[in-house]
Design a protein around this ligand. Sequence first.
Ligand SMILES: C[S@@+](CC[C@H](N)C(=O)[O-])C[C@H]1O[C@@H](n2cnc3c(N)ncnc32)[C@H](O)[C@@H]1O
Length: 238
Amino acid sequence: MGGDTLAPACQAVRPARRRRTGDPWEVVISTDKAQSWVYCEEFLTEDDVLLDARERASHLGCTPVLPGTGAALSVLAAAAQARAVVEIGTGAGVSSLYLLRGMPADGVLTTIDVELEHQRAAKEAFVAERVRPTRTRAISGRALDVLPRLTDGGYDMVFVDADADGYPGYVEEAVRLLRPGGVLAVDDALWHDRVADPARRDEATTTIRDVGRQVRADDRLIPALLPTGDGLLVAARR
Ligand SMILES: C[S@@+](CC[C@H](N)C(=O)[O-])C[C@H]1O[C@@H](n2cnc3c(N)ncnc32)[C@H](O)[C@@H]1O
């Protein structure tokens, strides 16, 4: 495909990334990329429990993960056989449901949120899903106050989806919490398509871009950035 079909952000990074064999993404990038993205997000249909949780989230004004991200979280939790998972940013429980669906039946989700009202909404979702109460541990408080109380290496997966300001600290804590082979997942890693655009230098965009660098530079992690939803940064703990 010709270069004129590339999205502007890709054109911006092409010269620095050019290889002798040509750009590996040339064969897949076209103006239909947005359509492919929508196709991926709609690949799986959400059931009523998820749709009701989304509705509660909308009333509360907290943005849940998109369906593609949710599905990826289920797969990651299942692949890691994640019995102990930490979620930073419960919201109304949409991502919690996806995580719980991937975890083994005896897995426990520790989910942290500063807003009690959000956690109440999430509990409604857990009841609708018939999740046994022993499978969720909801902790209300600021994540940076709560995380230091959790055990080193005691978790199979950590999912980050809260305030952008806190992301660098959450990632640092997550690396401490994960056992070898455990999985880190960070939502909003493309931050409304702003992270890929070097001209965007607002605080949230810069912080999330820096978190990408932080994860990439950390020898304890094997990273990948997935363009699902609003971007899902994932990494396996060595
Ligand atoms: C984007 S929403 C989470 C959505 C949820 N993961 C889902 O997919 O349904 C972000 C959540 O982070 C919470 N939050 C914001 N700052 C926080 C902090 N410092 N500590 C803990 N939670 C925080 C908000 O109250 C909000 O519920």
